[in-house]
Design a binder for this molecule. Structure first.
Ligand code: URA
Length: 300
């Protein structure tokens, strides 16, 4: 089972205490727990009925939520009771609802959760000198050297979302969720990405303004969303630039165009996902919260 990482309080905010539930829901929850029942056939109270049809042979909603990393079963029952869970657009307050996690869209607090167990979402810290490709006819290292069978050949068949240059290090996302990958790579959904770049200094005060106003490149204007100098010493500077652009070598080309060619480049964020302290060459699973935010960013 692919249980995703989550904080103890669950990724969708602080845990609801049972006292925040309606009195009926609290009573039902108490009965459920004291009887040690698996919530089977618990009829919804009047006013808590919904039109969602139970999927024959489906999985209990709270089990799907817990498996997706939303929190403990108990926490998930509380979320359901509090009306914070939707299945295919419909709020479901019944603890026993049976759903199809493969095909139904399940949301907590309006954010979709990754309910399919066969879908994987990874953050990878690509080291410098590694090709974002499955193979290289020149024998250079590729991401397959780090991800092995998970990438391209294994049962999971993960693929990378976008690319980093051979010499760029940092955050690369991988998944076997074709729809999400397709949307994230599509220009109409470009999510913001942040980079740290080492450039020759000193950096003039107006550089950020110039980059945010737009830089003319061979294939059109490129615009930075944000820019700041992180560090300057002597003739070197470390700058941070955020942009929605996905064009090839875009950061290197923009900074070269304004007279500050990049000598080192690191991607630190992709949309809601941060590289954090992930060591070079290492991977981690995305959290349920990160996946929900990625879905939201591309309208899924
Ligand atoms: N911009 C670049 O110039 N290189 C990368 O790898 C990513 C963005």
């Amino acid at each position: 089972m692919n249980v995703r990482g989550h904080s103890g309080s669950g990724p969708h905010g602080a845990p609801e205490s049972a006292s925040q539930l309606s009195p009926e829901a609290q009573a039902r929850l108490r009965a459920l727990r004291s009887m040690g029942l698996d919530d089977d056939d618990f009829a919804a109270d009047e006013g808590e009925r919904d039109d969602l049809l139970d999927v024959p042979g489906g999985v209990r909603l709270q089990k799907v939520l817990a498996s997706a990393g939303v929190g403990s079963r108990r926490h998930c029952e509380e979320l359901i009771g509090a009306g914070r869970v939707e299945v295919d657009g419909q709020t479901v307050r019944r603890f026993g609802a049976r759903v199809d996690p493969e095909h139904q869209v399940i949301k907590v607090d309006g954010k979709r959760i990754p309910s399919r167990q066969d879908i994987v979402y990874l953050a990878f810290n690509k080291p410098r000198g590694v090709l974002t490709a499955m193979s290289d006819d020149r024998g250079r290292k590729t991401i397959v050297d780090f991800l092995g069978d998970r990438c391209g050949t294994g049962a999971e068949r993960l693929f990378h979302i976008g690319r980093l240059d051979y010499d760029t290090e940092g955050l690369l996302l991988l998944t076997n969720d074709g729809e999400l990958a397709h949307r994230l790579a599509h220009p109409s959904y470009e999510v913001a990405k942040t980079y740290w770049a080492q450039v020759p200094g000193p950096v003039p005060r107006d550089l950020g303004r110039r980059l945010q106003a737009g830089v003319e490149l061979d294939d059109g204007v490129a615009v930075a969303d944000k820019f700041r100098v992180l560090e300057q010493s002597g003739n070197r500077a470390m700058v941070e630039i955020t942009l929605h652009e996905g064009r090839k070598h875009i950061v290197r080309r923009m900074l070269a165009e304004v007279g500050h060619p990049v000598s080192r480049l690191l991607r630190t964020t992709v949309g809601p996902v941060k590289l954090g302290g992930l060591p070079p060459g290492a991977t981690r699973e995305l959290t349920t919260k990160e996946i929900g935010e990625l879905y939201a960013a591309v309208g899924m």
